[in-house]
Design a binder for this molecule. Structure first.
Ligand code: ADP
Ligand code: ZN
Ligand code: ZN
Length: 747
């Protein structure tokens, strides 16, 4: 049957993306002409009735027919905008993303808009205004009997233009204006059009005194030459090699043309310092978009990006959807960072979408990192990206040396070998600062009973409770559950409870006992919960007095500690033998990033890695080679195993309060996938369904099925057909199903 044959209604139909779990658009009729001025267009918000609710959706297409009968088509309730909220490129990227990530298109649009707009609040800050057009005699004549319309037209002619508020003040109705608009006697404009150049274009040569080194110069000239079209650059430069300086030179160039720059940074990297750095360099308006904003602040920043008054927009993951009036450049700093991938709901990769957006906008994009992801390195090696290198530390900085300490035969005290303690003492005695890295917060990861062997586990998750010291409690790091520290074993009543393993709090206690005269500063999610506490600690550290800085992942990013001369990685082994195939890549990135904090001043830095597997190839290649050689050998392993970037993955997951229904449902899906791939001769490998490595989390059992193929197209074909099938079925209410395309988190 052809599509023609299914047409049941002919006439104007709006296809609306409505926030609902269904992966499709819905047909609505426009309002009868007399209400609907101006006419609904692609990209505007409309209010529609949807089942028993009224929802706000976005018009994604205006077509001339529907497969529904007329009586089944409802008119929209209202149209909320007179012009599209999102620019064309963002609009297209979202449509593409809905399809690629197999996420309901209405929810995709909802995720891209600030909450206020999502909820139907009018976009303030779009200052619309109207000017008189040059009408034909016929058009002019059409007013002969419309006295009020004539009066408004003369008013507009006399003042040159009229804005919405002037209209209100002078008592002319909007309706009147719309009538003039329909007769082509006035033209509508919006501030976005005129404001696009409204931040002061920067002087091209502003005076800052940093002289670029040769590699920076090559990077800047190469990018500069390509700025009038799409191109993606991978700026691969060690920490402190001046990547940010390179971004800023290119930004300078685009800002001086009146073009805007969008800068994405990892969640943890968007500190007031980052924003200040841009504000100090550039005179234009710099706005930031991150999770700490309230909805009014977000709305304002978003509008300033959209109407062109902000020159620089800096934000975390979801800022990639911010429309720009005059886009000129996209920068992704620390492109390897996993916070660019959304881990639930609309599971998009902001980095990947940034690349497709840059292509849509015909602008350049720079992906910067000291430890590029294997995906991006692969793209550079296959010439999709241009690879630029910065290998020199700027200024007087010296590089650090890295060494693996073999602790396989050592007696350890609270996670420290004698050797390591000795080295820390030495650096402190020389009045230097030391950084101790362990990626586990809390006091200890395990609480058990010495008498019967009971282990304290979270009931909601198959995971151990972590013991916290302050206040004494047990907390689940997976679902957030917390309780008082048990005094006795619930199983045998013994009071002989014991903590095993180490976390930051325990090390803090230990180090403070060992180094009574040296402040130990702990930086982790718990110690920085209170506002400004991180800044205070950083201030303390930057005074430069000897101290021991102790912390998690939070330390690996963004912050510069010029006085640190020793970095100690307490435990590299968990990364070596991780269930996740990206485990080693992430471990390597973390170690290199943490190491990058040391030796930035005129003192060389030392990096010590404790391991029970000191001769492990991966550790040795990290310690003795460059990150680039390390990543090269990782790439080879991935190629041998046919894992990303040499194949493409999709993770299908079910969750339910019992294991059986989750397994059963995914089993059905696996069978569908098998039939589909066989029938269409698509080489798609299936692993599972199997219980997830983390089998139960937050009260739900989790089962997953991993799909693997060498062509994205294969997966896309399968997924589209799977989703269509699922939507035609009645799903069991008790099972939650999700699709994660290009998953980062397989646990
Ligand atoms: P990255 O972003 O690669 O970590 P930055 O751009 O932040 O490096 O540079 C590190 C420090 O070196 C900054 O203080 C910066 O001002 C300085 N810097 C950058 N380029 C140069 C240069 N060519 N000469 C001297 N100092 C530089
Ligand atoms: Zn017991
Ligand atoms: Zn839990």
């Amino acid at each position: 049957m052809s599509a023609e044959a299914q047409t049941k209604y002919r006439g104007k139909v709006l296809q609306v993306a409505v926030p609902s779990p269904l992966r499709r658009v819905f047909d609505y009729l426009p309002l009868p002409q007399k209400h609907a001025l101006p006419e609904p267009r692609v990209g505007i918000r409309v209010k529609v009735s949807f089942g028993r609710q009224q929802l706000i959706g976005i018009v994604v297409a205006v077509v001339n027919s529907s497969t529904l009968e007329k009586k089944k088509l409802k008119p929209i309730l209202a149209s909320l905008d007179s012009e599209p909220l999102l620019n064309n490129a963002v609009f297209k990227v979202l449509l593409w993303a809905a399809n690629y990530y197999q996420h309901p298109v209405g929810e995709v649009f909802a995720a891209a808009l600030p909450a206020k707009l999502r909820n139907g609040i009018p976009l303030r800050g779009i200052n619309k205004f109207w000017t008189a057009s040059e009408p034909t005699a016929e058009e002019e004549n059409s007013l002969s009997r419309a006295v009020k319309q004539q009066a408004l037209l003369s008013f507009i002619r006399s003042t040159g233009e009229v804005t919405e508020s002037e209209l209100r003040e002078t008592g002319f109705s909007k309706q009147l204006l719309m009538q003039l608009l329909q007769k082509n006697l006035v033209e509508e404009h919006s501030r976005a059009e005129v404001a696009a150049a409204s931040f002061e274009p920067l002087e091209k040569e502003s005076n800052f005194d940093i002289k670029l080194n040769e590699e920076q110069l090559i990077a800047v000239t190469t990018i500069s030459k390509a700025l009038d079209a799409y191109k993606c650059f991978l700026l691969d430069g060690i920490t402190g090699s001046g990547k940010t300086e390179v971004y800023m030179r290119i930004m300078q160039e685009q800002l001086s043309k009146g073009l805007q720059c969008l800068v994405l940074v990892p969640e943890i990297g968007l500190t007031p310092q980052t924003i200040t750095r841009f504000q100090q360099r550039f005179s234009c308006l710099v706005v930031s978009l991150h999770s700490g904003l309230n909805e009014t602040e977000r709305m304002t920043a978003w509008s300033q990006a959209r109407d062109g008054s902000a020159g620089i927009v800096i934000g975390t993951r979801s800022a990639i959807f911010t429309p720009l009036a005059k886009p000129g450049l996209i920068v992704i700093d620390e492109e390897h960072d996993s916070s660019f991938k959304q881990q639930d709901g609309f599971r998009y990769s902001a980095r990947d979408l940034a690349v497709s957006r840059a292509r849509q906008e015909s602008v350049c994009i720079v992906l910067g990192s000291a430890t590029p992801s294997l995906e991006s390195l692969h793209n550079a090696q296959t010439n999709k990206f241009v690879h630029l290198h910065l290998t020199q530390r700027t200024g007087i900085d010296q590089s650090s040396t890295m060494e693996v300490i073999d602790v396989s035969n050592e007696a350890m005290t609270e996670g420290f070998s004698e050797q390591l303690l000795y080295r820390i003492r030495k650096h402190i005695a020389q009045r230097n600062q030391v950084l101790v890295f362990i990626n586990r917060r809390g006091f200890a990861p395990i609480l058990n009973c010495q008498t019967c062997g009971w282990i304290c586990e979270c009931e909601n998750c198959i995971a151990q409770f972590t013991v916290h010291a302050n206040p004494p409690s047990i907390r689940c790091h997976h679902c957030g559950a917390a309780a008082r520290l048990p005094r006795s074993c619930p199983s045998c009543k013994s009071k002989d409870l014991n903590t095993m393993g180490i976390g930051t709090q325990r090390i803090e206690v230990f180090l403070q006992k060992q180094f009574t005269d040296t402040p130990v500063i702990r930086i982790d999610r718990d110690s920085t919960r209170r506002k400004h506490s991180l800044e205070k600690m950083l201030e303390e550290i930057n005074k430069g007095d000897p101290c021991i800085l102790l912390g998690t992942q939070m330390l690996a990013k963004g912050h510069h500690f010029p006085n640190i001369t020793l970095v100690a990685i307490l435990d590299a082994d968990s990364g070596l033998f991780s269930a996740d195939f990206r485990g080693q890549e992430h471990m390597g990135q973390t170690i290199v990033q943490v190491a990058g904090r040391a030796g930035r001043a005129d003192r060389p830095g030392e990096v010590l890695i404790q391991s029970r597997h000191a001769s492990h190839e991966t550790l040795q290649s990290l310690a003795n080679k460059t990150y680039s050689e390390f990543s090269q050998s990782q790439l080879q392993e991935r190629m041998a195993a046919q894992l990303p970037p040499f194949s493409h993955l999709c993770l299908l997951r079910t969750e339910a309060s019992e294991m059986q229904p989750a397994l059963q449902f995914l089993d059905g899906i696996a069978q569908f996938c098998q039939r589909f791939s066989a029938h269409n001769s698509l080489p798609i490998e299936q692993l599972g369904p199997l219980p997830a490595p983390m089998e139960k989390r937050a009260g739900k059992y989790r089962v997953q099925l991993l799909l693997k193929t060498d062509k994205r197209g294969n997966l896309q074909a399968l997924l589209s057909s799977l989703c269509a099938e699922l939507e035609s079925m009645k799903l069991p209410r008790s099972v939650r199903f999700s699709i994660d395309v290009d998953p980062q988190d397989l646990v």
